[in-house]
Design a protein around this ligand. Sequence first.
Ligand SMILES: Nc1ncnc2c1ncn2[C@@H]1O[C@H](COP(=O)(O)OP(=O)(O)O)[C@@H](O)[C@H]1O
Ligand SMILES: [Mg+2]
Length: 266
Amino acid sequence: MTAEDEALAGGMLNAGAVIRRGALVERPAPRHARALHAYLLGLRERGFDAAPAPVALTADGRERLTFVPGDVPLPPFPHWAMTGAALASVGSLLRRLHETGKALPADARADWPRDLADPEGGTMLCHNDACPENVVFRDGRAAALIDFDMAAPGRPLWDIAMAARYWVPMLDPASADALYPVGLDAPARLRILADGYGLPAEERADLPGVIEQATEVCRAFVERRVADDDPVYLQALADRGGWERWDRVRTWLADHRQTFRAALLG
Ligand SMILES: Nc1ncnc2c1ncn2[C@@H]1O[C@H](COP(=O)(O)OP(=O)(O)O)[C@@H](O)[C@H]1O
Ligand SMILES: [Mg+2]
């Protein structure tokens, strides 16, 4: 690192390894970086500019992307990032990504990561990790998605479910209040996200079940990280209430399935 370099805060997988250098960001390249850069270029060619532009892959296994100016919400998440307007804008940004991405079928030869991928697969790429730390805001609205490391083929509904987990959030109230402004109304917010996306009525009834499925995939991901003694994930698990929290979330989601369906369809 030189004097002008700035380590960027926000991530867990590449914690400490993401460096801003002026207009560029340099970070460890995922193993499927070539296919991912081709996808990111394809998005831009089709007029989608709400993602970093890929610039280079270095010989030492890093990638360079454009830095996206704006504010990235970091935990504990600030109020400005959790307004209804912010939430609706996340939905519409995800929709724009999917509408453009539909024209860019996922490279079937690429080794897309399975970590957070839709078990049912698909032909288009989902971002899969549209958490607040991976969204850049400008003027209170979601302006860009970053960190496509986990992108993989899947159903669009899977990406909405993943975004809902982080943005509603789809957490029991005690878990949510520990990281988000207190007292968020989960059913109402799930509806705002779906409306912002423009989710068709016929897909709404399935969303609560897909959120439960996505939550299990995320839990299994954390279980693998913890089994590998990943210090960042061990610390985060301990700080956030251990496996009991994951159990509580599972029960809460199942208990409120009908409430979420009613909010989405009512
Ligand atoms: N292209 C970018 N433009 C603006 N900010 C970025 C960019 N890439 C990363 N960041 C900032 O750095 C943080 C960590 O980077 P990220 O690529 O998400 O790492 P990780 O893989 O560890 O999640 C992000 O939360 C964001 O604040
Ligand atoms: Mg990230």
